[in-house]
Design a binder for this molecule. Sequence first.
Ligand SMILES: [Mg+2]
Length: 264
Amino acid sequence: MRAEEARGLAGLVFDLDDTLLDHGELTEVAYASLFRLREAGLRLVACTGRPAGWAEVLVRQWPLDAAIAENGAVAFVKERRPFGAPRLRLVFPSDLAAAGARRAELRALAEELRVRFPIVALADDNSARFTDVTLDIGEHCRAPAEDVAAMRAEASRRGVHTLASSVHLHLSFDPADKATGTLRLLEAAFGEDPTRARLTYAFVGDSGNDAAAFAAFTTTIGVANVRAYLPSLPVPPKFVTQAAMGRGFAELATTLVDLRVHPG
Ligand SMILES: [Mg+2]
């Protein structure tokens, strides 16, 4: 990456599972790199398929400006105040009750798929979700790719959108993805022009549910484990780190901070 590209960035949008996290766990080096990125003047936005309830905790406690959950359907922003704790604001969805009501239909479909494909299970984080219902395909089990494809085809026949990460298959009526969700948040919470934000925000991820963001943003980075998904990504990330998962994220952070702080 050229120094000019790194210095032109206003923020970094990052995936969690197998990008910042190593098999679900946060390492010291990955967490520390968030503080270095913030010190280098970057707005930090987590962007995950994980539940709204998780994103709410992350924004409250971590050095983040905002978090997008459920693959772009939910967003929280941290609003700093002159005194006291920062305030958390749900940016979208606007109608939580409507989104919640439709989850019953999604749960029925998930149950059907679980019976037909006994290798999969309901993900263990569904209780914290606002909009989608999620099946575990790779977190505590290993669902074959053809089973995942068959489940996605069946969901699609029912008018249900699907996204798959390295760990989960998400079922949703919300057509949002990580690109539309991120651009919507950046405009609503920070007044960013969506066309310009594609140039001034970098995105880092690792797998299939990051595909829309890899295609939408100009500066995109995959951690090394993204290589397993390159054949299925319509647009590959522009850069790939040498290290995988959290160490790859830290490698990216070091590179970005060096280029911004020590222009060469
Ligand atoms: Mg991931």
